[in-house]
Design a protein around this ligand. Structure first.
Ligand code: FMN
Length: 327
């Protein structure tokens, strides 16, 4: 059975990528994921915010006053360099021992200063770069169009710095989601990851405290990316990888049928361990066999919006049947 797929120009031995998380922040866990069958890994993101945070910690630690602006400048550069060196070191160590592609990841919100890091990540040997861009659109004064322009500016800046394939990992929080993602795909990126998962606040009603919502996804989370993958797979100019809610082989088959070239899995690797990957691959293989396919590529996009008999099924948004008995 041919399980290979091509995602953002990378030839993958199967469609399961170990997504970015704490499990991809160190070589030991990464090796486990490779052993379990992952066809590529996305490293834990290097956060723009994390770099700045490190800088602030360092400055307050040595308690420099305003009279030493050049020292601030030195420490700022030095601390950023350390974080970056550790990251580049992880990239090159991974490249030395892994046989699967290594996708670096940067979480960013501005097109300033950091895109030159992307060039260094490429030089360290990364096979591709995933940009995790997210602004919570919480400012009522900020127009959606400006937010989208910022995405495009970031993508353009990074694409100018590297020749490895670049993908963007996005949220569904755009009012004109299809148009925004189409325009992102015009930049020349090779992949898009639908969708990222975010920290969500919750409320403790006894203690009246804001707490953390669930960290891991649930199997139901698959339905949101599934719709958008199916709607966009034939319409945007780059490959799609699914993310959020791929917990088993069935969900994997669904996102491939919808048009994803691969799926990035995380929560299930935390909750069941990396062996979940092997189980999903086994299901995929059995499914292909049962339906007389000989390769994964035969099912990719078979249920995309353009392929299904009734495309309106993907566009339907109201539960009419449940509210009024009318279908
Ligand atoms: C503990 C944890 C850490 C994560 N860290 C990152 C990260 O550094 N960068 C990133 O792009 N996504 C990160 N994610 C999001 C995952 O890559 C993934 O998009 C999300 O968990 C949805 O996939 P899943 O349903 O398979 O978990 C993290 C997720 C978890 C649970």
């Amino acid at each position: 059975m041919d399980l290979t797929t091509k995602y953002m120009g990378l030839k993958l031995k199967n469609p399961i990528i170990a997504g970015s998380s704490g499990l991809t922040s160190n070589l030991a866990d990464i090796l486990e994921l490779e052993k379990a069958g992952a066809s590529a890994i996305v490293l834990k993101s290097l956060f723009e915010e994390q770099i700045l945070h490190n800088y602030k910690d360092k400055v307050s630690e040595v308690n420099l006053g305003e009279p030493y602006p050049e020292a601030h400048e030195y420490i700022s550069r030095h601390t950023k360099q350390r974080v970056l060196e550790d990251y580049l070191d992880l990239v090159s160590r991974c490249k030395k021992v892994l046989t699967i592609p290594v996708i670096a990841s940067i979480n960013c919100i501005t097109p300033y200063e950091w895109p030159s890091f992307a060039g260094e990540i490429e030089a360290a040997g990364a096979d591709a770069l995933e940009l995790n861009i997210f602004f919570l659109p919480s400012d009522p004064q900020r127009m959606g169009a400006l937010i989208e322009e910022n995405y495009i500016e970031i993508l353009n800046q990074v694409l100018m710095k590297v020749s490895i394939p670049v993908s963007v990992k996005v949220s569904p929080y755009f009012s004109g989601l299809s148009n925004a993602l189409l325009r992102f795909s015009f930049t020349g990126i090779k992949g898009m990851v639908l969708f990222n998962r975010f920290f969500s606040p919750d409320i403790d009603i006894e203690e009246l405290k804001v707490t953390a919502g669930p960290v891991f996804s649930s199997p139901d989370d698959i339905n949101l990316p599934l719709r958008w993958i199916a709607m966009l797979a034939d319409r945007i100019y780059c490959d799609i990888a699914a993310s959020s809610g791929v917990h088993d082989g069935k969900a994997l088959v669904k996102v491939l049928l919808a048009g994803a070239k691969a799926a990035e899995v995380v929560s299930i690797c935390y909750t069941l361990g990396p062996s979940a990957i092997g189980k999903m691959l086994k299901f995929l293989e059995d499914y292909l066999q049962r339906h007389n396919y000989s390769s994964v590529s035969e099912i990719i996009g078979k249920m995309s919006l353009r392929q299904v008999e009734n495309p309106a099924d993907y566009e339907r948004v109201q539960f009419l049947k449940y509210y009024s008995g009318i279908e």
